[in-house]
Write a protein of this length. Sequence first.
Length: 318
Amino acid sequence: MDEERYATEYPVPDIAPYRRGNTGIDYVHTFDTGRPGPHVMINALTHGNEVCGAYAVDQLFRWETRPARGKLTLSFANVEAFSRFSLERPADSRWVDEDFNRVWSDDKLDGPRASSELARARALRPVVAAADLLFDLHSMHLPAPPVTIAGPHAKGRELARRLGLPGFVISDSGHATGARMRDYGGFGDAVSPKNALLVECGQHGEATAAQTALDSSLAFLRESGIMAAAFFEAHPVPAPVPQRFIQVTHPVIIRSERFAFAQRYTGMEMIARAGTVIAHDGGEPVTTPYDHCILVMPAPHRYARPGLTAVRLGRVIE
């Protein structure tokens, strides 16, 4: 499938009706019961071309999803990038100036630099900081199985286990180029009760990605404990699936302009033998460092340039 013009197999939602939020922040709505319970946040459009999350959040709005206790926030993040989305060139709306999901550290948010993404992150920061549980919906450039990104700590893996889907769970420490929203503040602190998951729901335009976004959001709401049982009677959570937990050991960083994978990889391939050549970088072979090495989210060719991650390598931990 052409990564520049992948088919979008489900309706791209019109989010304009949600612009006027009730939080003082455009496209952010919080429903507060006034009763004790966690503040749960479900976020879409961290990247403007990852519309499966917008599909799921739009559906939650249409169902008039309201908590029975605690608070629920439904949000759309990089709406400026999404405003540029087109079916003809969907990949071009990923961001405006920079990756929205690499600016979530205090040094960047409090720093002097300006960009469209930094301005939006600074606006969203109070509600993200106030959330106890964050669920961030994403999708991938290449057709690959959906994965949960649980972060580096046991609390993230345990929450992913309780959700029971999707089938792959990745434990990692993020990216050298900047911090993700799911790692911000207490979410990235091993001893904080705050917790967050990021789900890569599948290839951007696949109908199954939209369904995964919705199904996993329902599972997250169930595990949060803020919803009444009647909500899930009307909108059942899918049955759990067998899960495989993978620990990212290190990234493969591109060192030259002449980087190319040895064959087409889309993600979650297991390479049986250590020393297998998976790519060439400036004429030098890139090989697997251990047996049963799993390739986590290889970068498409258009995003492969020196200094960036070509692929992350991982091994099964359970």
